[in-house]
Design a protein around this ligand. Structure first.
Ligand SMILES: Nc1ncnc2c1ncn2[C@@H]1O[C@H](COP(=O)(O)OP(=O)(O)OP(=O)(O)O)[C@@H](O)[C@H]1O
Length: 614
């Protein structure tokens, strides 16, 4: 499928396709405000109140400047005593102090509110990221969107709300200060408002530029994030040193950064040019307004106090108009990113809805894979090509085959992680596809070759995803022999299994594999799928494990994938895969008698052990 090969230009086109109408923008504003309100209702209300208070305080300052100038003039004419200046000065000082106080409370509140919104957005994003089908993770376009969403989801909703609040606050101040100005020199007001027009025009264009730049840069950003991760990751550290990869990968990082900086330079030049045009336009209008003010003064149409107050009002009003349009720009810009975030969240919600079906049965008598085919996104040949096989409850089934023959893919389909493109998997004749994904997965315990080593306490590594029960955790650990390693840890089962965190400890590869197997046994599931479960175990451990396998499974059905024929031969039924197909099936003796692929692979392995040493 083509989605694996989406390039940045296509991505930008895709992102542009979702571009908004003003109505859509308004809807986004409503949604983001609701999000912020829900995340922190009290802080949000306080923030709105403070914004309005700050606006009124500003208007109050203009008014108090006029009072002060009147009083100064009256005092200089000798009509009033200097003491009459005390009140206007005190009012101006109090209003200025209150404005500063409001500003600092607002900035703390804003930080707190931002974090509350971030937490709530993370919840949504991680919910969507864990709900989307596993197939999505095969597409680079998905990772690009995920990256943008991770960066933008946490900050943009609040930025939109901040933008709205800033716009509203600035509008209230503008109205209040504007009213004062109308009282002094009405002709100046329309002139000043005109100053917002260039800003409005350029800010919209700037928002689009920013969004396009971000979309185009996502693959480069991801490459840099990946290289940073590899160069600093604990697991990669030994190989990076052993193969001396630090320098070449460092160069690659440098090149990627160089490309980014080159593009950033071009982008910033364009943005600066645009915003300079806007600001210059506004400055010209301001100059014209002040020119008009000079004309009014020279004609004697304004007194000295009025003229002074008008200068203050013009200056303040111009600031408010700039913040108003700055707020609009931030709404525009963040709105574009939010659209992207919302589209991602919708895919998660859709996946959640799709997964609703009837609950999977608690037990089954048989599971059948019927003519199943599956092709990975972007691949030209199918990984599974008309696979059919069956197993009955309580059986131990082995799947063997050479590298790339489709064993792990079959395990993923059996586990309900991939939907087959064709064919069905049936539990007692019922199609697995109609079952609720969550309940289906709770009936299956699957451990892959590359199982996850959670940097969590040992006990949680075993009970992962199921209800925690200490006694059952210990029993599962005993069944796989993980208990010996875990009981020797400083905090026993409470020890974190990673040096990443304080007090944590590391396990060996084989010890980890026992922990992973215990995870499979812990889950009370009728179907257990183990992909290469013993590859890291020593021969004695492997022998012991398989000797006790049936006891441990206690009637559960087990499918295990293995390259070790010594473990495979005891299975009730063996399926041999080759190039995505099941080519042979039967127990060990039947397959040996058949003299086909199984017999060949078995003989090669057996010969390697029995050949006399020179
Ligand atoms: N995520 C993927 N995207 C595209 N192709 C894949 C992906 N994973 C596996 N394949 C391809 O699908 C085919 C089957 O792979 P699969 O992992 O199922 O084989 P396997 O039998 O488990 O191999 P091994 O013994 O090496 O673990 C291979 O050709 C492989 O290259």
């Amino acid at each position: 499928m083509a989605e694996d090969f989406v390039d940045p230009v296509d991505l930008r086109i895709e992102a542009r396709a979702g571009r908004r109408s003003p109505r859509r923008l308004l809807a986004l504003c409503r949604r983001s405000t609701r999000l912020v309100r829900e995340a922190a209702p009290r802080s949000f209300a306080a923030s709105v109140i403070l914004q309005v208070a700050a606006a009124l305080l500003l208007a109050g300052q203009v008014w108090s400047v006029k009072l002060l100038l009147d009083a100064i003039l009256a005092a200089s004419d000798g009509g009033a005593s200097v003491a009459s200046l005390v009140w206007p000065v005190a009012v101006l000082a109090a209003l200025t102090a209150l404005t500063a106080l409001t500003g600092s409370v607002q900035s703390y509140l804003s930080r707190y509110l931002g974090e509350r919104v971030a937490r709530s957005m993370w919840r949504h994003v991680l919910g969507a990221a864990t709900a989307v089908p596993l197939r999505s993770f095969e597409s680079s376009a998905f990772y690009d969107r995920l990256r943008r969403v991770q960066t933008n989801a946490v900050s943009r909703p609040y930025q939109v709300t901040r933008g709205i609040l800033t716009t509203l606050g600035a509008a209230v101040s503008a109205v209040a200060v504007g009213a004062t100005l109308v009282g002094i020199a009405p002709v100046l007001l329309p002139l000043l408002l005109l100053g917002g027009v260039p800003l409005l025009l350029t800010s919209r264009r700037e928002s689009h530029l920013e969004f396009d730049f971000d979309v185009a840069q996502t693959p480069n950003q991801r490459l840099r994030a990946y290289l940073t991760h590899v160069l600093t990751d604990r697991d990669a550290a030994k190989e990076i040193r052993a193969f001396d990869l630090g320098e070449p990968l460092g160069h690659r990082m440098d090149d990627a950064y160089g490309t980014f900086l080159h593009d950033l330079g071009r982008h910033l030049r364009r943005r600066t040019l645009l915003s300079s045009v806007g600001t210059l336009g506004t400055a010209l209008v301001l100059a014209a307004t002040l020119g008009a003010l000079v004309v009014l003064i020279s004609r004697g149409e304004l007194g000295v106090a009025d003229a002074g107050a008008a200068v203050v009002a013009v200056r303040m009003l111009q600031g408010q108009i700039q913040s108003m349009f700055g707020g609009v720009q931030s709404v525009f810009e963040s709105g574009l990113f939010l659209d992207d975030v919302e589209a991602f969240l919708r895919t998660g919600v859709a996946a959640g809805v799709e997964s609703r079906g009837f609950p999977a049965p608690e037990r089954f008598d048989r599971v059948d894979v019927d003519d199943v085919s599956f092709t990975y996104p972007g691949a030209s040949t199918p990984a599974l090509d008309g696979v059919s096989l069956g197993m009955t409850a309580g059986e131990v089934v082995a799947i063997v085959g050479e590298n790339g023959s489709g064993k792990t893919t079959l395990a993923k389909v059996l586990a309900g992680l991939y939907e087959p493109d064709e064919g069905v998997v049936r539990w007692d004749g019922v199609d697995q596809a109609g079952m609720d994904r969550r309940s289906l997965r709770s009936r299956i315990a699957v451990i892959f070759q590359d199982f996850v080593r959670y940097a969590l306490p040992a006990s949680e590594n075993i009970s992962a995803g199921s209800e925690h029960d200490d006694a059952r955790v210990r029993a599962a650990a005993r069944a796989t022999g993980a208990d010996r390693a875990l009981e020797g840890l400083p905090d026993g089962y409470a020890t974190v299994l990673s040096r990443l965190f304080r007090g944590g400890r590391e396990l060996s590869g084989g010890q980890w594999q026992r922990v992973a197997l215990a995870r499979a046994y812990y889950r009370d599931a009728p179907l257990v799928i183990l992909d290469e479960p013993t590859s890291a175990l020593d021969p004695r451990a492997e022998h012991d494990l398989f000797a006790s396998l049936r006891d441990v499974l206690a009637g559960r059905t087990a499918v295990f994938i293995s390259h070790r024929f010594s473990t495979v031969r005891s299975a009730d039924r063996i399926f041999v895969m080759d190039a995505g197909r099941v080519v042979e099936a039967g127990d060990h003796d039947t397959l040996m008698a058949l003299g086909g692929l199984y017999a060949e692979l078995f003989t090669i392995q057996a010969a390697a052990y029995s050949e006399p040493t020179a």
